[in-house]
Design a protein around this ligand. Structure first.
Ligand code: NAD
Ligand code: 4TP
Length: 351
């Protein structure tokens, strides 16, 4: 690994979940084109390595200390101490503060130029809320607030290599699905979609497809909210009153937008052909399609931030933790994508 390769600060996530062992797997397999540093508890990593028979040597640094290029099997660590020892599969509210501290260390490193990007292993939203962190919704919203921006966009993207190998695939290089709303009860979704929020989200999505993904003139397909995109107003009026007027306004400013289209058929090859990203109106309208197409071979990206952040496409998988059964594929995709984005960002900054 060249000593100039981008530095990825990879948070180890919920200690009772699969994050720590995925982190160890990342250090052992084909290395991403980056210098990886784990942000987490070295004792926890050593314990999981021993439990699973993974031969990984930990190189303890100070948080923010320069990260050397290392050979496979060596894992630099920026240490953050667990509040209590953690057992696989057993959530403990005492460690919620540890999980958030790993995020704070990685965010600070990215903002201060000690890391070029952050990658997050999964955390458990419920235990963080149970610990009293009122209003916590997920990494996406935490990063928005920590970076002081008003709006961010959650987008998941499949690894482009996945579709290149699929005969008959007519979509773009990758399937990319962004969300107009993220972690909120379904009951609140319709009220959360306003012309203002939708316009902000489409502007971020459009700008970041150009900035981070090298798409010259993004074409975005937008889902309706209601069945059959509202059936001309008979099955809901959000398409007529909110979504279509917003798209029309942006089209006049040069945006290339399809929709609002019925979500059930938008995700078919004919409608996806030539589309760079789909904007779904809510979490479980867009993500089941993305995860069906590429679970374990996709990554989650937070758009609209001043830093690069990618993550896995799965959760803490408490049922698998500590058993050596978890697949590190998505963490590898997330790390490779973060490295690519960091390189594209630094190339743009110097051009
Ligand atoms: N990036 C993140 O931090 C992130 C992403 C999704 C979910 N979560 C959180 O994770 C927690 C558990 O969520 P969930 O149960 O809905 O989803 P989950 O992804 O943890 O588990 C769903 C199923 O997928 C399997 N699975 C997950 N990851 C796997 C892997 N790497 N290899 C093999 N199988 C895997 C699990 O064993 C389980 O059967 C929740 O608190 C949720 O909010 C976090
Ligand atoms: N919505 C994501 C998913 O289903 O994969 C996940 O919950 C992670 O969200 P954050 O990155 O905001 O934690």
């Amino acid at each position: 690994m060249p000593p100039t390769a981008p530095v990825l600060a990879v948070t180890c996530g919920e200690p009772a979940g699969i994050g720590p062992e995925l982190m160890l797997q990342l250090a052992l397999g084909e290395p991403p084109p980056a210098r990886v540093v784990a942000v987490g508890d070295p004792t926890l990593l050593a314990e999981r390595a021993e439990r699973l028979g993974l031969e990984v040597g930990l190189l303890e640094l100070q948080p923010g200390e320069p990260v050397p290029a290392v050979r496979p099997g060596v894992l630099p660590v920026w240490p953050v101490a667990l509040r209590e020892p953690s057992r696989p599969g057993r959530l403990d509210v005492a460690n919620a503060g540890y999980v958030l501290e790993t995020l704070d260390v990685a965010i600070a490193a990215c903002r201060q130029g000690q890391a070029d990007a952050m990658v997050t292993a999964p955390l458990h939203k419920g235990v963080i809320l149970d610990a009293g962190h009122v209003g916590f919704r997920g990494h996406t919203e935490y990063l928005r607030d920590a970076c002081g921006v008003d709006e961010v966009v959650m987008m998941l993207a499949t690894d482009s290599a996945l579709h290149a190998a699929q005969p008959g695939w007519q979509g773009g290089a990758a399937l990319r699905v962004a969300l107009a709303t993220t972690h909120l009860p379904l009951r609140e979704v319709a009220d959360a979609i306003s012309a203002t929020s939708l316009e902000r989200i489409l502007r971020i999505l459009h700008a970041d497809l150009i900035r981070w993904f090298g798409v010259a003139a993004p074409r975005i397909a937008v889902c309706g909210l209601n069945p059959h995109a509202g059936e001309g107003g008979h099955l809901g009026r959000e398409e007529i009153e909110v979504i279509a007027p917003c798209l029309e306004r942006l089209r006049k400013q040069g945006f290339v937008l399809d929709g609002p289209l019925p979500a059930d058929t938008l995700f078919t090859p004919r409608h996806l052909a030539g589309v760079d990203a789909v904007l779904a109106m809510y979490h479980d309208q867009g993500l089941p399609v993305l995860k069906y197409a590429g679970f374990g071979r996709a990554a989650n990206i937070t758009l609209g931030l001043p830093i690069v952040r990618t993550s896995v496409d799965h959760g803490t998988a408490l049922d698998l933790a500590g058993r050596g059964l978890a697949d590190a594929g998505s963490l590898r995709v997330a790390a490779a994508l973060a490295a690519e984005m960091a390189c594209r960002g630094s190339a743009a900054a110097t051009s």
